[in-house]
Design a protein around this ligand. Sequence first.
Ligand code: NDP
Ligand code: 2IT
Length: 453
Amino acid sequence: MSYIEEIIARTEEKNPAQPEFIQAVEEVLHSLEPTVEKHPEFVAAAIYDRLVEPDRQIIFRVPWVDDAGQVRVNRGFRVQFNNAIGPYKGGLRFHPSVNLGIIKFLGFEQIFKNSLTTLPMGGGKGGSDFDPKGKSNDEVMRFCQSFTRELFRHIGPDTDVPAGDIGVGGREIGYIYGYYKRIRNEHTGVLTGKGLEYGGSLIRPEATGYGAVYFAAEMLATNDDTFENKVVAISGAGNVAQYAAEKAMELGGKVISFCDSSGTIIDLEGIDRKKLEYVMDLKNNRRGRIGEYVEQYPMAEYYEGKNVWDVIGEESIRIDIAIPSATENEIDQKQAEALVKNGMICISEGANMPSAPKAVDVFLDHKIMFGPGKAANAGGVSVSGLEMTQNSMKLLWEKDEVDNRLRIIMKNIHESCRDAADAYGFERCNYICGANIAGFLKVAKAMLAYGVI
Ligand code: NDP
Ligand code: 2IT
């Protein structure tokens, strides 16, 4: 058994029933194999063992009262994984599937993602098994206030700075920030993704989706190719999916899909600006289901209970580019094979870990340009970092300033993935190992500098 395999085995033994966390650890550590030989000092200081053990895992009760006056209880989490290169930073996810293993997988990924951005941010993640779907605004507010009643003591602008993720958008950040401000009597940059009126940054809502498209454009450019006239399949219909669609369209791509947990819509005529505005209003204001799209646009097709990748395979729909933007493990091996068969040349992961390990193997075997989540979706946390900078300076940058910085960051992330893959002898399209190694080295060197702490 190699040194890395021993660490993976120990991590599995210590963290039973956390399959997503183990999946993320395996993927990262396997690609770090070549660093073991090059850096005996990392082994001597047990950097790899220390990396898979979070600094701190906080679990708490979140009681709240629903509109019928009934007391409900959810579970809250904040995992502060690693703050070697900056304060803990990462989103909050509200979804019924949330458990400790999922938050740990997300927090672990965040360490390397945040390192890749070049900004000083450590890795963390939090959330709750609360389901915002079907809840009134008042119920969401009461839940957020109860959640913050415990979270507030663990976070701070120089300690840990949460943001949004699945189920946590502008509305939830407003409630959490407002309550934090009230109980701390402080107006600081303790959260990102804030409203523009109270310390938010322009381009933060757009950043993850735009960034995933910028990363895809960088990959395509290595083959002198662009988004022009490409058929683009996008999954999800939330924050990341909406803005990935907007930017892909702007660059000349034809976006044909969205999905939510109820089903998928395929619009082979292409989703234009007006149709996207309909989806944004449906999802962000009316909080409806994506199936309603076909009532407005009957030329589109709705597939109940299926995700985008099922439909593309079953209906043999030709696509060029995929931007999975819903959730982890949404693409399995069979679906990956169908995507390759249907002509896909490039995939940029807007979501965290959307491709299951066997799906990733299919993409690499077929030399598909593959942008792994921790590189491709780093635009969101990058602009969160820029929001923190603006909060510290107590000013607001203009839209173009933030967007240009985002573009440069995504270009630099693409370059550092390629350079690290080259330096460690991986194939050119293997951005995965490049991302893991480049993200890891900075964190490992910082940990080494601190001694054993
Ligand atoms: P949203 O809550 O805005 O949207 C999530 C979308 O994905 C919804 O359409 C939702 O459908 C669908 N979805 C979520 N879970 C499932 C599931 N289990 N099965 C099927 N569909 C599902 O979240 P975001 O757009 O913010 O996040 C999407 C992905 O991007 C996540 O993986 C997140 O971790 C990642 N990400 C987000 C960033 C951000 O800045 N927001 C930054 C980097 C990564 P439904 O409404 O039916 O639940
Ligand atoms: O997964 C992610 O990078 C996010 N949900 C965004 C985190 C952040 O702090 O902006």
